[in-house]
Design a binder for this molecule. Sequence first.
Ligand SMILES: C[S@@+](CC[C@H](N)C(=O)[O-])C[C@H]1O[C@@H](n2cnc3c(N)ncnc32)[C@H](O)[C@@H]1O
Length: 302
Amino acid sequence: MSTELPPPFRERMLGLFEPCVLMVMAISHYIRVCVEAIKRGEVLAPIMQTAKLRDEAFARFWIAFTTSRQPPATTPNGEPTQVEPAGSSALIPPLLKTASGVVLDIGPGTGSQMPLLRSPAIKAIYGAEPCLGLHKAIQNKALAEGLSSKYHLLPCSVASSELLPALEAAGTGVADAHKANGTGIFDAIICVRVLCSVPQLERTTRELYALLKPGGRVLVMEHVVNPWRTAKGSIAARIAQGIYQVFGWSYFIGDCCLDRDVEGALRGAADEDGGWESVQIDRSFEWSVMPHISGVLVKKSR
Ligand SMILES: C[S@@+](CC[C@H](N)C(=O)[O-])C[C@H]1O[C@@H](n2cnc3c(N)ncnc32)[C@H](O)[C@@H]1O
């Protein structure tokens, strides 16, 4: 449970507009991509090839966004910059530093979390990233972090119908046991800011559960629907989430939904199997348009 105090009223109200910055950035990339397609002579592309253009625009937006948040490598004095992550990003390092064994990273984006995955306890990392425009950035990051030999980039969605064939195609044998007798594959599954975007959330979380080894762990850090009915939630933030959705948030930001009960879906994923061994989930920023959950769900060892 979160123990943080909400900021003063004025700050909370201003916070309602923070996602506008992201949305304006995403829309401007989308418009640019459409204009470029038209200039290339693909006049009907904005109507006939929306999936392709949205994918391209999201990739550019996410690369620009993550780059804008990276501190410069050195200070003006030439010393290496040491900036602690702030806001919701501060929730990620304590979680990811516990990853070990064979790891699935869903939707790695530009690979921003890779510096947190350099532990020798990690044997292999499989990154399932359907947005092809982000692949070059992920490959470069793996190289820069010295993870190229461990990192297997899969050009697929997390849906089992795509993920399992992609794992097989990786040729590492990781999916063999699952194919033969349905046993789990992964020691850890990383879900950082991605379950907001996957299609069919409940189905996806059940499929992920099935891919965990006994004792395997889901490491989760996600933004979720505002818990406005609870004392710490906010009706204003919940309404703002609805407004952003209506004005195209999901369309422009890679299918991201602001109003998902990700915690409920994750908790429910183990129901048919008698529940999780343990669930430790904290909530943060519950007053805001982007309340977050972070924590670990452990599958029974049996
Ligand atoms: C908001 S970004 C987060 C990226 C990264 N996890 C991070 O924390 O920087 C969401 C990522 O999820 C990916 N994504 C969207 N739908 C997905 C799906 N069905 N399966 C796997 N990844 C997906 C997007 O392409 C994008 O890279």
